[in-house]
Design a protein around this ligand. Structure first.
Ligand SMILES: C[S@@+](CC[C@H](N)C(=O)[O-])C[C@H]1O[C@@H](n2cnc3c(N)ncnc32)[C@H](O)[C@@H]1O
Length: 367
């Protein structure tokens, strides 16, 4: 709900509220509502707690008996009108403001979730200010999570879902997790369930508290090291965003083992191979400079991950999910289970031998 607007009172007498606009706000970090009442061209404001909203609206309506009520949600404008003959009609149309921005070619179209949208958990998590503006220091993160979401949507194609189960590993403060939940549940009306795992107890408790506060019933956070997680989630999708080092390998292994249909992983700090890689073969030139060695190691780590996915029945592509100026760790591995297995194991083994590496995902998959 973005707004409710009451206009055209039947009792259009002086002193009556000629127009009232009710919007969600945060009061001391609690969800509440604010009503702006227009009385004889002056605006008056009143805050209403979430629990009092219903009785407040009934009282407001009883006092002036409005002939027009518009309810504006992210997707729709629902208009109730009372004709002169006291006939009630209702129309429902797409919210053109949202539609316009999704069709236009201006910069804003890249943001599925825009500044100003009342996504209350993002205030608690420190991405939005109390009036839903992006906090400057979090601008890059906001862009990242939006682009991540955009890639999920394009990766899922046209398929329609009534329910969707998502698991995220290394969710941290879970900006992405809350946005995914908000998008699928409240924008797409999909019955989404998300479990976010992190080994850090502090962030798990923090995120569970925020989810409870907004009654996000199907969003849960669990403490756990991804390498130890055996719990079956029957998930449709695995996501990771900058889960550290080999955490991505364990997440991919979990996805392969459970034949999870969609994988969206943005790896980070590929330390494992960088620490092992040896300059003993004819390509040692590639590893002479620290910076190139680090980049080459990251490339090797992720190329092997893609081939392992391929060999286990996934269609895979690697895309820059956001520009490098946002984050240098900007490559997303996108995979969809098709069941068509390839066989690159000989090439992978040869490569591993040549560079003297033991890749965690290869060990987990017994390659
Ligand atoms: C760089 S943060 C990214 C957090 C979040 N995904 C984001 O993009 O804002 C990495 C997170 O992964 C978690 N993590 C790292 N290794 C992990 C592991 N083996 N199992 C579970 N969580 C892990 C860390 O505790 C941390 O919260």
């Amino acid at each position: 709900m973005i707004k409710i607007i009451f206009t055209a009172p039947v009792n259009g007498a002086r002193q009556c509220v000629s127009k009232a606009v009710i919007k969600p706000i945060l009061l001391k970090k609690n969800k509440a509502w604010q009503c702006e009442k227009i009385i004889e061209n002056s605006a008056f404001h009143e805050n209403i707690s979430e629990s009092d909203l219903r009785s407040f609206l009934e009282r407001l309506f009883d006092e002036s008996r409005y002939k027009q009520i518009n309810i504006i949600t992210i997707d729709h404008v629902i208009a109730y009108r009372m004709s002169k003959k006291l006939k009630l009609s209702m129309t429902k149309s797409a919210n053109s403001a949202v539609l316009k921005s999704s069709l236009s070619h201006d910069k804003e179209k890249d943001y599925l979730l825009k500044e100003g949208m009342p996504v209350l958990p993002l205030v608690d998590l420190g991405i939005f200010t109390d009036d839903f503006h992006i906090i400057k220091a979090k601008y890059y993160k906001f862009k990242q999570i939006n682009s991540f979401l955009k890639n999920i949507i394009s990766g899922m194609g046209q398929e329609i879902y009534d329910t969707l189960r998502i698991v995220e590993f290394g969710c941290g403060k879970s900006y992405l997790t809350f946005i995914l939940y908000h998008y699928f549940k409240y924008i797409k009306n999909i019955n989404v369930t998300i479990t976010g795992y992190d080994k850090d107890r502090y962030v798990v408790d923090l995120c569970n508290n925020v989810a409870r506060k907004y009654q996000y019933e199907n969003l849960k956070f669990m403490e756990g090291d991804v390498s130890q997680i055996t719990r079956q989630e029957n998930a449709d999708m695995i996501v990771t965003l900058h889960a550290c080092d080999t955490a991505t390998d364990y997440a991919l292994h979990y996805a392969i083992k459970n034949r999870i249909k969609y994988i969206f992983c943005v790896p980070c700090c590929q330390q494992e191979i960088n620490a092992q890689i040896k300059r003993t073969n004819e390509y040692s030139l590639l590893l002479r400079y620290g910076l190139y060695k680090e980049r080459f190691s990251a490339l090797l780590t992720d190329c092997i991950r893609c081939e392992v996915l391929n060999d286990n029945g996934y269609y895979v592509d690697a895309v820059e999910f956001i520009g490098e100026e946002n984050t240098p760790k900007n490559v997303m591995i996108r995979a969809r289970f098709t069941g068509h297995k390839k066989n690159h194991s000989d090439e992978i083994k040869k490569l591993s031998l040549q560079f003297g590496i033991e890749h965690t995902l290869l060990k987990l998959m017994n390659v």
